[in-house]
Design a protein around this ligand. Structure first.
Ligand SMILES: Nc1ncnc2c1ncn2[C@@H]1O[C@H](COP(=O)(O)OP(=O)(O)OP(=O)(O)O)[C@@H](O)[C@H]1O
Ligand SMILES: [Mg+2]
Length: 387
């Protein structure tokens, strides 16, 4: 079975360097490894000092690199949908839509990136896929996409969650818009089920592990706590925090204050993330680019540690519980504040919002006609009673 290791965090903390170093480490341990960048501002090429393309390029024994180009990916995956969009646009008086223009529609880059992930998860081509992602907000958009997409699809098309089939007789024609033909329906259904599959792959704790990269400074620490909370809310598994760019003791007077505050924040990080593995990487004298320096970064990071392993106990981020005293949805949201958390119940759907991130929960059959009647925060969990 494939492993997917996803490194995310605030801008500039070292996601790309850590992903690159991890890739090298895994390859040298004999795993066939792909490091894939989903950040449109690709810098994997700079980390490795190599030319990389839209398809996996082999750079050494067991190591492949890929920087996704959305336009290329759309050409690869979207033939049928392009047909439909072209027809749709034409009916609105817009002539000739090009892949480049489709690429600017919301969601298309997320969707194409996820389709690659699905492909690699299923093909068995690689033992492990290391994902170098864009800064937190973009990664969250990517990771919340599959579910949001399914939700929209279910609203636009009378699509059955069970069979992933569009119920043709229920399909109302939009005004002036051609009803898609069977080929197009087929591709929409395919996309719908593929996105649901992606969600399963990414939520499967045996396959996908998310690692938070941060620096020992206040802003980065705060963002990491929030990211951790949102990721759990979306049902993803996080096993560790990598604190990068720690100043060594011999870094002189000028950095003294920085070292003191780093020490303080490091302690806070250890406490806040006590149930995750916290790993540390020093600030190096040189930019860690090129295989030699990246490998030395990996040596520090993974000394005595298996990068493939799940590094801390998996606590299910979301649980649906039927107990004697009632039915509950239990969501792990360790750093969520009550005043920034909202619950809605709309037409049998449970919607949870923490700060600006919301998730529509697909409730299991046993709860599908229940509504939330009460909610409380308890030891980092949001516990919602359903009746
Ligand atoms: N431990 C380290 N010591 C010294 N320099 C580092 C270290 N880690 C990363 N860097 C440097 O910091 C800069 C940012 O690193 P990197 O590009 O890996 O971060 P990122 O999180 O991927 O950034 P972005 O959010 O832009 O994608 C780069 O110049 C990189 O070489
Ligand atoms: Mg990067």
């Amino acid at each position: 079975m494939v492993r997917i290791l996803l490194y995310t965090g605030k801008g500039g903390v070292g996601k790309t360097s850590i992903s690159a170093a991890t890739g090298l480490e895994l390859a040298s341990r004999g795993f066939k490894t792909l490091v894939i960048s989903t950040d449109p501002a690709h810098s994997l090429r700079d980390a490795f000092m190599k030319t990389i393309g839209n398809e996996p390029v082999k750079v050494r024994e067991n190591l492949y690199l890929q920087e996704i180009s959305v336009t290329e990916a759309i050409r690869k995956y979207w033939d049928n949908l392009k047909l439909y969009l072209t027809a749709l646009m034409r009916s609105q008086g817009v002539e000739g839509i090009a892949a480049e223009e489709i690429a600017t529609l919301p969601g298309f880059d997320e969707a194409t990136e996820l389709l690659y992930i699905r492909e690699y998860a299923n093909s068995g081509q690689f033992d492990v896929v290391v994902m170098d992602t864009a800064p937190t907000g973009e990664s969250l958009k990517l990771l919340s996409f599959p579910e949001a997409f399914s939700w929209y699809m279910e609203r636009i098309f009378p699509i059955s969650r069970k069979t992933a089939k569009i119920m043709r007789p229920l399909m109302k024609p939009f005004l002036g818009v051609p009803i898609p033909d069977d080929k197009v329906f087929g591709s929409i259904e395919e996309l719908y089920s593929q996105m649901r599959e992606v969600k399963e792959i990414l939520s499967d704790s045996a396959i996908t592990t998310i690692r938070l990269v941060c620096n020992p400074d206040r802003m980065s620490f705060n963002e990491t706590k929030r990211a951790f909370t949102y990721l759990l809310m979306y049902g993803y598994n996080v096993d560790s925090v990598i604190v990068n760019k720690i100043y060594a003791d011999n870094t002189g007077d000028f950095l003294k204050k920085w070292r003191e505050s780093q020490t303080e924040i490091l302690e806070e990080i250890e406490t806040a993330f006590a149930d995750l593995k916290v790993m540390k990487v020093p600030m190096s004298a040189n930019e860690p680019t090129g295989e030699k320096l990246l490998k030395s970064m990996a040596d520090k990071l993974y000394e005595g540690i298996d990068p493939m392993a799940i590094m801390s106990e998996v606590k299910p981020p979301v649980q649906f519980m039927s107990e004697e005293k009632g039915k509950f949805v239990k969501i792990r949201v360790p750093f969520a504040e009550k005043k920034n958390t909202e619950l809605h119940n709309r037409g049998g759907e449970l919607i949870v919002q923490v700060d600006n991130w919301r998730r529509v929960f697909f409730l299991p059959q046993s709860m599908s006609d229940l509504t939330p009647i009460n909610a409380e925060f308890n030891k980092g969990y949001l516990i919602i009673e359903m009746r």
